[in-house]
Design a protein around this ligand. Structure first.
Ligand code: ATP
Ligand code: MG
Length: 408
């Protein structure tokens, strides 16, 4: 028998392709797939009708390529299979090799033709290849719950045969939907919110507020670890670390305790928007979920958003804590988020913050602050760090984000 030529076949959601920008979407997806596997040996990425094919001839780690590919945003599912000629004879030979010596109580063939001029229909292919399997293995056909599913995809000049289909995250390829700046705390919610934006095709720039030297640097370490993790979905990340402790100290001097949380958030939004503008980000994203804590009431959100010039996206707004936690576990951010840490918002914050602060009350509370200077201090004091995946270069610190921020 000829040597098997392994491939990973990537499927995407047709739904996202009905938007007139299909070629762009596909190019971005192919580029991201290539980046995701860049460090695991030579992989040839090919766009074919209805799917993207990763050729792995002579590749030492097809399983690693499969696992990397199935995490790329925009991927509906991946198959690890083999490439062969599009003839019944060649397909039988590959299937024969795959089932040789295997036992399985039931199976099905799932054949699909990417072009309709093939001499056999999918049903005829299913029958012919199914009969071939039944001649060799003592098993039966079960279309509903087969122990083994043999996927057969026929293109004009090649065919793919696979025994293993795994789901991907779905969504859209990162880089196709523009850039957002995500406010990233060390908590459970904001990393999930950032990931949701990636899944809808956004490149995410991260902004973290810390209170060094008033609090230890653990929140920055957590932010770095979270960004490192999330970079696995967008391959290059930029994290802005904003000094917020001094700003909070000034707020404490003139703003009464219960009003502080909303005032801190309004300052964060202004600083993050200034950074977002420089990054070419059109919107902010936060991890708020309605009613989860005192600061996340509709009234307070309205008071916070009153200072925003652009949209503040809240992808978790209608999500329960339990759902968010499950997603954080799946992403591998949960373990990082639950590390003990003194978040900047625990500093100088009273036990009972206002749950319904009007815009007028927020403005009155800010009247004795030099808001413009505080925002400038935050923006100019920010430090930018860069992250890459794969082959993670150590983050390089670049002082100041005000100008000349290097692009990656
Ligand atoms: P999280 O789990 O994301 O920390 P939370 O439920 O603790 O969220 P809050 O503390 O009210 O909620 O924060 C609301 C949102 O404000 C966060 O999801 C995040 O987007 C942003 N935020 C809060 N603290 C910081 C910070 N130190 N740096 C950057 N963003 C922050
Ligand atoms: Mg928090």
């Amino acid at each position: 028998m000829t040597r098997l030529h392994p491939v990973v076949v990537v499927h995407y959601h047709e739904i996202s392709l009905k938007r007139g920008n299909r070629p762009l979407f596909l190019r971005q997806l192919a580029r991201n797939l290539a980046r995701a596997v860049a460090d695991v040996g030579p992989v040839n990425v090919r766009q074919r009708p209805g799917r993207i094919v990763l050729d792995l001839e002579g590749h030492a780690q097809p399983e690693v390529v499969l696992e990397r590919a199935r995490r790329v945003c925009g991927v509906a599912s991946v198959l690890l299979g083999y490439r062969t000629a599009a003839t019944l004879e060649a397909m039988r030979a590959v299937i024969g090799g795959l089932i040789e010596g295997r036992r399985f109580a039931s199976f099905r063939i799932t054949a699909r033709r990417a072009f309709k001029t093939y001499p056999m229909t999918s049903v005829e292919l299913n029958r012919a290849l199914g009969a071939f399997v039944l001649e060799r293995v003592a098993t039966r056909v079960d279309l509903e719950h087969p122990e083994v599913e043999i996927v057969v995809e026929v293109l004009p000049d090649e065919a793919f045969i696979a025994l293993d289909r795994r789901p991907g995250p779905g969504g859209l390829p990162v880089g196709g939907s523009g850039t957002v700046a995500a406010l990233l705390s060390g908590g459970i919610d904001s990393p999930v919110a950032a990931w949701r934006m990636m899944k809808r095709g956004c490149r995410v720039v991260f902004v973290h507020f810390h209170s060094v030297p008033y609090l230890p640097a653990t929140s920055q370490a957590k932010a770095r670890a979270l960004v490192e993790r999330l970079t696995e979905w967008q391959y290059a990340s930029r994290l802005h670390l904003v000094p917020f402790g001094e700003i909070q100290r000034e707020v404490v001097l003139s703003v009464p305790g219960p009003a502080r949380v909303v005032i801190y958030r309004r300052l964060m939004i202004r600083i993050a928007e200034a950074i977002a503008r420089r990054e070419g980000a059109l919107a902010l994203a936060t991890g708020e979920s309605l009613g989860q804590v005192a600061s996340q009431t509709l009234e307070n959100i309205a008071a916070i958003d009153a200072v925003a010039a652009g949209p503040v996206l809240r992808p978790l707004i209608g999500t329960d804590k339990l759902e968010i936690t499950d997603e954080a576990r799946r992403l591998g951010t949960f373990e990082i988020s639950i590390e003990p840490d003194a978040d900047c918002c625990t500093l100088f914050v009273p036990k009972h913050p206002l749950t319904r602060m009007s815009v007028a009350e927020a403005e009155a509370a800010e009247s004795r602050l030099d808001v413009g200077r505080l925002v400038r201090d935050g923006v100019e004091g920010a430090v930018l760090e860069l992250f890459r995946f794969p082959a993670g270069e150590p983050p390089r610190a670049v002082l100041g984000t005000a100008s000349g921020a290097p692009s990656i």
